[in-house]
Design a protein around this ligand. Structure first.
Ligand SMILES: NC(=O)c1ccc[n+]([C@@H]2O[C@H](COP(=O)([O-])OP(=O)(O)OC[C@H]3O[C@@H](n4cnc5c(N)ncnc54)[C@H](O)[C@@H]3O)[C@@H](O)[C@H]2O)c1
Length: 118
């Protein structure tokens, strides 16, 4: 089976592993939604304290209850890490890191710290 067909098949039967880079206001809810749909998810963040809190079942975003994260952890569909080596386990990656809003803005540093694509 061709690679694209394999991916489509894995998405349809929920065996695709979804990676989300940047677990903030966009990335964390996105990761949770995929987990709620039955996908195994791996979230990546450079902030170790966020990774630790999530893996201990604690939310740091007000409107996301810790219980939601604890349930996904219990189902083994939710894992956070700051180790990009785990990208080798994912079938698709969604990048949700801060982006610059104006030319020359220093927020580009988040993008420059992303892992190489090759
Ligand atoms: N929040 C919104 O309502 C909203 C709406 C539209 C678009 N966006 C866009 O979505 C993107 C994410 O926004 P947000 O509000 O979730 O930001 P955020 O600051 O809440 O979260 C970003 C996360 O990315 C992490 N991060 C930074 N650099 C990283 C790297 N190199 N690797 C891994 N993790 C990294 C940070 O530690 C943080 O947890 C931005 O481009 C923003 O412009 C946000």
């Amino acid at each position: 089976m061709a690679h694209d067909q394999q991916i489509i098949s894995k998405i349809k039967d929920r065996t695709a592993v979804i990676g989300v880079i940047g677990l903030g206001y966009v990335g964390l809810p996105l990761m949770i939604r995929f987990g709620e749909e039955g996908f195994r998810t791996i979230g990546f963040d450079v902030d170790d304290s966020k990774v630790k809190r999530l893996n201990s079942g604690e939310s740091y975003i007000k409107h996301i209850p810790s219980e939601t994260i604890r349930q996904l952890r219990a189902n083994d569909t939710f894992h956070a890490t700051s180790n990009y080596a785990a990208l080798g386990e994912v079938d698709g990656i969604l990048i949700c890191v801060p982006t610059p809003l104006t030319a020359g803005e220093s927020r580009t540093s988040a993008i420059s710290r992303l892992p190489p694509t090759t």
